[in-house]
Design a protein around this ligand. Structure first.
Ligand code: RIB
Ligand code: CA
Length: 306
């Protein structure tokens, strides 16, 4: 079996951390690099947290490259409190063992995509700023991307950051619009499906009881995070790569509101021919999941960390 080559762009964040751990525990996936972006916490912290998660899993071999410290159009001080003061649930994980690798995330994305045309799947789990700027700086990379499978948006349900917008797209709607119109194959894990990835107490207790220190650390992060946001958004992206049959969705043409102060970041998914104005669908919008099978997979893979 040839592993799926991925670059994970993220803003750890507890659910990003669980997504990273799921990828590390899965031989079906080869994490070529991790790129970080501002989101749940500022860039320096998301970057340090990516290193902390790699250190937890013994994956110091994976290069981590810091990216953008602000959204495209304007700096933001909006973070997300659900991840704790340190961004990883304040469970006391050791601090990062070292700095990120040299090379800005945007340049690393461009170079790696050019070096492996059609081979790499991008898995953005935070605001899409790095991906968007790579596409702006090097438009030639769009056809080189195998697929973009991202967590973000809310196609048919309310947002979580505003009534209209999900956090990742609320932070940088302009970046999202650039990515959604770049022409790369897109699969969107919005709140439509990720809100259904509800964390159950008995699942956490079961995993905690049976597993080693790394798994217990993962559950400790989830337990801390779960007190405020009881669903695992980002791991859905990685689970999809492992078993697409866990999910179902609909093809749509997806756009992002960038101007309205009231609805900035809202994703508009046009499904019908009429709504699409006869234009082709651009994105598979995931709307459903098999909850028990998803969490069985997650527990099984977390167990492999130790
Ligand atoms: O809205 C949830 C998303 O925003 C998740 O990716 C979470 O980590 C934050 O980035
Ligand atoms: Ca995230």
């Amino acid at each position: 079996m040839t592993p799926r080559r991925v670059i994970i762009d993220c803003d750890p964040g507890v659910d990003d951390a669980i997504a990273l751990l799921l990828a590390f525990a899965s031989p079906e996936i080869r994490v070529e690099a991790i790129t970080t972006v501002i989101g749940n916490v500022p860039l320096a912290r998301t970057t340090a947290n990516a290193r902390r998660v790699c250190d937890l899993a013994g994956r110091g071999d994976i290069p981590i490259h810091a990216g953008c410290a602000r959204p495209i159009m304007a700096p933001t001080d909006r973070g997300s409190s659900v991840h704790g003061g340190d961004g990883l649930g304040d469970i006391g994980l050791p601090e990062a063992a070292g700095p990120p690798e040299p090379g800005h995330a945007v340049d690393v994305l461009i170079d790696r995509l050019r070096a492996a045309p059609g081979e790499i799947t991008l898995c953005p789990l935070g605001p899409l700023t790095n991906i968007a700027l790579a596409l702006v700086k090097a438009p030639d990379i769009a056809p080189l991307i195998k697929e973009i499978v991202f967590m973000g948006g809310a196609a048919f349900v309310p947002g979580n950051t505003t009534p209209a917008a999900e956090f990742n797209l609320a932070i940088d709607p302009h970046a999202a619009q650039i990515v959604l119109t770049a022409g790369a194959p897109l699969t969107m894990f919005g709140l439509d499906v990720t809100r259904k990835a509800l964390i159950a107490e008995d699942w956490m207790a079961r995993v905690e009881a049976e597993r080693g220190p790394r798994a217990r650390a993962a559950i400790a992060m989830i337990r801390s995070y779960g007190r405020k946001d009881a669903c695992l958004h980002d791991p859905c992206v990685i689970a999809h790569l492992l078993d697409p049959s866990l999910f179902e969705g609909v093809a749509a043409r997806v756009s992002v509101e960038c101007e309205s102060p009231l609805t900035r970041g809202q994703t508009i998914a046009a499904v019908s021919e009429r709504h699409r104005g006869g234009l082709p669908a651009t994105c598979q919008v995931i709307t459903g999941l098999a909850h028990d099978r998803l969490f069985t997979l997650l527990a099984e893979r977390i167990a492999r960390l130790d």
